[in-house]
Design a binder for this molecule. Structure first.
Ligand code: GDP
Ligand code: ZN
Length: 316
C-alpha cells in the first residue's frame, strides 16, 4: 500500500493510507541502500547523500511511502517516493562530520516563528532559516508571537525590514488572540511547516488555532529563559478548516545544507538583484570597487543586519 508519513517518533513511523487507516511502521533496514530516485541527476545526488547516512533516518514527515502491512496496525516502509519539496539542514552537532537531515517533506510553505520577546528573537537565526527555505524554493511567512508582551522598537524595525524585502509577516498572540484570524487564513488549504526555537509559543499558537489539538505547553524555565523541549518528534496535523500543519520540535540551530557559501548571496532576496551588476563577476561584496551590493547598502536599500548575516553565512 501507499501512504503518507504523518508522525515520526522514536523510530516509529506513522503512515496514513488513503482510506484513513494508520499503520505504525519500521523501516526496512536495507532501505537506505535501495533508495533510488531515477528522475533526475539532482535526485541521484540526494541519494548519494542519503547513503552517507542521515540523522534521523532517510524518511521525513510528509513523505509518501510504499508500505508492506504486517497486520492491521503495523507495517514496514519499503520505499520512499520522490518528494515534491523538502526542507533539509545539517544535522545538529555534526559540524565535523556533516550529516544531512531532512526536516520535512511535501509542504508548500514554511512558517518560521519567533517571539517578540521572552525569548528575544534571534534574527541571525531567522536569516539562516530563510536562506535554507529559499534554497528549497518554498515561500516563507514569518510569524512574530507574544505580541501581548509588547514589541520592542528594534524588533519592530527588523520586522519592517523583512516586510520591505517581500516576506509576509504575521503578528500574533496566543494569549490575547491578536492575529489568529490571519494565521488561520494563512494556514488554510496549505501544508505548512512550523519552525522555531522552543519557547516561542508554537504549541500555544497551534492549540489556539485549533482547540482540541491539546499540544503540551510547558512553562519556560525561569533559570535559562529558554523553553524546554515541548514537542518530541515531528507531527502533521489536519486542520478543521482545511489544510495541514507540520509541527517540528524546537530547533536550537540550523546548519546550512545544499547551500554553497559561494552562492549564498543569491538567497538573500534583496541582494540578489544587485549581484549581476558588480564590476567583478566573483565579487564577494566585501571591499571590491564597483560592488553594486555595497552601493545598495550605502544607499540604505539593504539593511546592515541582513548584510551582516550574509557575511557570516559567506564565512567572511
Ligand atoms: P513552544 O516551545 O514554541 O511550543 O512554546 P509553548 O507553546 O510551549 O510556549 C512557551 C511559553 O510561552 C509558555 O509559558 C506559554 O504559556 C508562553 N506563551 C505562548 N504563547 C504566548 C503568547 O502569545 N504570549 C505570552 N505572553 N506568552 C505565550
Ligand atoms: Zn559585489
Amino acid at each position: 500500500m501507499e501512504g503518507l508519513v504523518t508522525r515520526i517518533h522514536r523510530g516509529h513511523y506513522y503512515v496514513e493510507a488513503d482510506d484513513g487507516t494508520t499503520l505504525c511502521c519500521r523501516l526496512r533496514s536495507k532501505l537506505r541502500k535501495q533508495l533510488i530516485y531515477p528522475e533526475s541527476n539532482q535526485r541521484r545526488q540526494r541519494v548519494l547523500q542519503v547513503r552517507r547516512g542521515e540523522r534521523g533516518g532517510p524518511v521525513a514527515v510528509g513523505d509518501k511511502v510504499r508500505v508492506t502491512p504486517i497486520d492491521a496496525k503495523t507495517g514496514v516502509i519499503e520505499q520512499i517516493l520522490p518528494p515534491d519539496t523538502e526542507l533539509v539542514r545539517r544535522a545538529a552537532g555534526t559540524e565535523n562530520q556533516p550529516k544531512r537531515q531532512r526536516l520535512v517533506a511535501n509542504v508548500d510553505q514554511i512558517m518560521p516563528i519567533f517571539a517578540v520577546q521572552d525569548p528575544k528573537p534571534n534574527f541571525r537565526f531567522l536569516d539562516r532559516y530563510l536562506v535554507q527555505i529559499e534554497a528549497a524554493e518554498l515561500p516563507a511567512i514569518i510569524c512574530l508571537n507574544k505580541m501581548d508582551l509588547g514589541i520592542p522598537a528594534e524588533v519592530m524595525e527588523m520586522a519592517l525590514v523583512y516586510q520591505r524585502i517581500g516576506y509576509r509577516m504575521l503578528f500574533t498572540s496566543a494569549v490575547s488572540g491578536q492575529g489568529l484570524d490571519d494565521l488561520r487564513d494563512t494556514l488554510k488549504d496549505h501544508t505548512t511547516a512550523l519552525l522555531g526555537p522552543s519557547g516561542v509559543g508554537k504549541s500555544s499558537l497551534l492549540n489556539a488555532v485549533q482547540p482540541g489539538l491539546d499540544l503540551a505547553v510547558l512553562e519556560v524555565s525561569e533559570a535559562t529563559g529558554k523553553g524546554r523541549h515541548t514537542t518530541t518528534g515531528v507531527t502533521r496535523f489536519e486542520l478543521a478548516g482545511g489544510g495541514y500543519v507540520v509541527d517540528t520540535p524546537g530547533l536550537r540551530e540550523l546548519g546550512l545544507w545544499d547551500v554553497d557559501r559561494e552562492y549564498v548571496d543569491v538567497y538573500f532576496t534583496e541582494m540578489a538583484p544587485y549581484i549581476d551588476h558588480c564590476r567583478f563577476p566573483n565579487c564577494v561584496h566585501l571591499t571590491e570597487p564597483g560592488c553594486a551590493v555595497l552601493e545598495a547598502l550605502a544607499r540604505g536599500e539593504i539593511a546592515p543586519e541582513r548584510y551582516e548575516s550574509y557575511l557570516r553565512l559567506r564565512g567572511l
